[in-house]
Design a protein. Structure first.
Length: 278
């Protein structure tokens, strides 16, 4: 497999820690803390970015920055000759998989009781949470773009230049050519799946950038939430509040300084999530 380790410039505007009682999305079972059942949901949020049509987007309050954390891919070897169960193996440094992120029981947001993990995104699809440094993926014949990055227990990505691996490879009989991954790239991470109860109050909006940063005078991310547009000028995690129960639509687009879409395999992506009272 041809692995591409591409430097990423990062900017994180966040401070403390987060966790809560429940995670949907098959990423872990409910993690409850009775002392926090009546916690103020604003503990999840930092400065407000904007409020439009009843939806508030704020900076998400994080825990440790994990500036020294690193992720290196060891397997699979290239090319992947057989379809089916494919071994992925990583070296992880200065970051403990399956541990709860420090301070993770101090605010209301979806958290995995299985702890810190790796988000694996294959061909721009919804991520799979990987709690060990060795795991298997069931792969059919074809070409794959594989992004893996370190994630806190409450699913916020670790945004440093060594905390991710981007690679591409063919499986089985596929002989597709590599895709150009040298330009600005965006990958959707959260929110995902279904949220219930108090986890609906504050939803993590998070994405991963490669080969670019965001700024008021440069590239940006346009987040369209149920038809309402927000322009994001910093690479950070965000807290969404005020979303209605039922189906919600989240669309992310990487745009340039003039507001034009930047070409890339997954630079525009739309996902649907569901919010339920119980």
């Amino acid at each position: 497999m041809k692995s591409i380790f591409i430097p990423v410039v990062f900017s994180v505007l966040l401070l403390n820690a987060c966790n809560s009682s429940k995670t949907g999305n098959n990423d872990g079972k409910t993690a409850s803390d009775s002392a926090n059942k009546n916690a103020d949901s604003t503990q999840t949020r930092g400065a407000v970015v904007a409020t439009k049509n009843g939806i508030t987007l704020s900076y998400f309050i994080q825990s440790n920055e994990f500036a020294d954390a690193s992720l290196k891919q060891v397997e699979p070897q290239i090319p992947v000759k057989k379809t089916g169960s494919t071994l992925f193996k990583f070296d992880v440094s200065n970051f403990k998989l399956s541990d709860q992120t420090p301070g993770a029981m101090q605010c209301n947001c979806a958290n995995s009781d299985k702890g810190q993990h790796i988000h694996q995104i294959l061909n721009g699809g919804p991520y799979s949470a990987r709690y060990k440094d060795t795991f298997y993926s069931n792969l059919k014949d074809g070409h794959y773009i594989n992004l893996c990055f370190l994630s806190r227990s409450f699913h916020e990505s670790v945004k440093n230049k060594n905390a991710f691996v981007l690679s591409q490879f063919n499986v089985g009989a596929s002989k597709e050519k590599d895709v150009d991954l040298t330009g600005p790239l965006l990958f959707y991470s959260r929110p995902k799946g279904e949220y219930k109860g108090k986890d609906t109050k504050n939803l993590l909006l998070d994405f991963y950038l490669v080969n670019t940063d965001l700024s008021p005078d440069g590239n940006k991310v346009k987040a369209t939430i149920n038809g309402t547009e927000f322009i994001l000028t910093k690479w950070a995690a965000y807290a969404m509040s005020g979303l209605p129960m039922g189906e919600n639509t989240i669309k992310l687009e990487l745009i340039d300084k003039d507001g034009k879409a930047i070409a890339g395999p997954y630079n525009t992506v739309e996902r649907k999530i569901k919010l339920s009272e119980k």
